[in-house]
Design a protein around this ligand. Structure first.
Ligand SMILES: Cc1cc2nc3c(=O)[nH]c(=O)nc-3n(C[C@H](O)[C@H](O)[C@H](O)COP(=O)(O)OP(=O)(O)OC[C@H]3O[C@@H](n4cnc5c(N)ncnc54)[C@H](O)[C@@H]3O)c2cc1C
Length: 413
């Protein structure tokens, strides 16, 4: 079939490869070119070990403290509240125990497929060298946070996830740069990260073109199903591309495109911030998550990245770089040797495409099954891209995907 993939982020590019595997003719359409969106600057973690949605007891426990601090790890811009209200209401509903349990199982279902799917994809493309496999470390600074995390560790073990708990000294043995405030740790030996998210995404784009995919640069205003095929129309009414099938994978920008078809989805952005320093600057050898401080560090090949923060302020508000300063303040509590020079490092803000239940939107459009939705991966887009791509290819071929797609149904809103 002739299939148009709308969006050349990590999801669209992974989908393009899965569709090329099936012998389809693939055209990738993007307004800016590959890796122009959120996929260029993320933390680079393949977070296949995560099981908890954002609407988790941990987030609710910290929420009053975080919201009271304008530069805290989670913030909602007051001016954006009216627009966010329907999403927030769904988020509250997603926090009820039955729903939370269902979201947790659905996150696990796709995450369990995620690393094997990437391993298959990278091996087939000869790009295995882009994956770093030094495991992940989570560290705690407060006894209360450590105690509160025991349930989550139990849950992970219940899902068969390998995790070793450590004392502060054992954590420092693994990562000597960690300061004395670290009192406990959890080591996940199967944790993996990519070389650099932008280079990784561009490598996939290059391989897709080598394999015969066509890249068309063009901004798409709407999706128009017609009898002869599905048309992607630009802002001047021109035809940008046309296919027998369309995969909608435009990240956070998918919502108005889905609406142009008549599909209403709950999708909003959790803006995230990071700072990238020169390689080796933090003295850490593997990705680390700092519990209670809500930031992560990743030693990418291109630099040491410090990131975190969830900000609800929509797509139009300018970045609030004070969030990066706030992250740096928290970093010093865990890594006291880190004394950044004024203006040091590269700052970035990106738009996570997030749903209230933390589950991606994957499946045929309720309006026209020739359009397949594949976006809304929130914190896990890099992680879940290859597994999503395999599911999309299976759906288009009429095969049963490796995991049940019901929880990710575009019609669930
Ligand atoms: C700070 C931060 C850290 C993160 N860390 C991680 C992590 O460690 N691990 C992980 O798994 N995930 C992480 N994520 C999430 C991950 O980056 C996203 O889920 C993922 O990049 C989304 O990919 P995508 O392909 O759906 O969207 P994008 O990468 O945004 O791609 C969408 C593409 O669509 C194109 N497009 C949009 N609208 C149109 C239009 N109208 N016409 C034509 N083209 C259009 C854009 O130009 C863009 O290229 C992080 C996110 C942030 C912000």
């Amino acid at each position: 079939m002739r299939i148009v993939v709308l969006g050349a982020g990590i999801i669209g590019l992974a989908a393009a490869h899965a569709l090329l595997d099936e012998g389809h003719e693939v055209e990738i359409v993007d307004g800016e070119g590959p890796a122009a969106g959120t996929s260029q600057g993320n933390a680079g973690w393949i977070e296949h070990l995560d099981v908890m949605p954002l609407a988790s007891p941990k987030v609710w426990r910290h929420l009053p403290r975080w919201l009271a601090d304008p530069e805290g790890p989670l913030a909602i811009s007051p001016g954006y509240l009216p627009q966010l209200a329907p999403w927030l209401w769904r988020f509250v509903l997603a926090s009820r125990p039955g729903r939370l349990d269902a979201s947790t199982r659905a996150i696990r279902a796709i995450n369990a497929q995620s690393l094997p799917a990437w391993e298959r994809r990278l091996k087939a493309l000869g790009l295995e060298g882009l994956l770093r496999r030094r495991g992940f470390l989570s560290v705690w600074l407060k006894e209360g946070d450590w105690k509160a995390s025991q349930k989550m560790l139990e849950l992970q073990r219940g899902f068969g996830i390998e995790v070793e708990t450590l004392g502060g000294d054992e954590a420092r043995k693994l990562e000597p740069a960690l300061g004395p405030a670290i009192m406990a740790g959890a080591f996940y030996p199967t944790g993996a990260n990519v070389n650099d998210p932008k280079l990784f995404t561009l490598a996939l784009a290059e391989k897709a073109l080598e394999r015969g995919a066509k890249l068309t640069l063009g901004h798409v205003a709407r999706i128009e199903p017609q009898e002869a095929g599905v048309i992607l129309r630009g802002f001047e009414g021109q035809v940008v591309a046309q296919g027998e099938r369309v995969v909608l994978s435009a990240g956070i920008w998918s919502k108005p495109l889905a609406a142009s078809l008549g599909d209403r989805v709950q999708l909003d952005t959790e803006r995230g911030y990071n700072l990238t320093l020169e390689p080796g600057r933090l003295g850490l050898t593997r990705p680390v998550y700092y519990e209670g401080l809500a930031f992560v560090t990743t030693p990418l090949d291109t630099g040491d990245r410090i990131g975190g923060s969830v900000e609800f302020a929509g797509l139009k508000a300018p970045p609030n770089w004070k969030r990066v300063d706030a992250i740096i303040g928290r970093v010093k509590r865990a890594l006291p040797h880190f004394d950044p020079r004024p203006g040091e490092g590269r700052r970035w803000m990106g738009f996570r495409p997030s749903t209230p239940d933390s589950l991606p939107i994957i499946g045929a459009s309720p309006q026209d099954p020739r359009v397949v939705h594949a976006y809304g991966h929130g914190h896990y887009g890099l992680t879940q891209a290859a597994a999503t791509a395999e599911a999309v290819a299976a759906l288009i071929a009429g095969r049963k995907p490796a995991f049940d797609l019901k929880p990710y149904d575009p019609g669930r809103f």
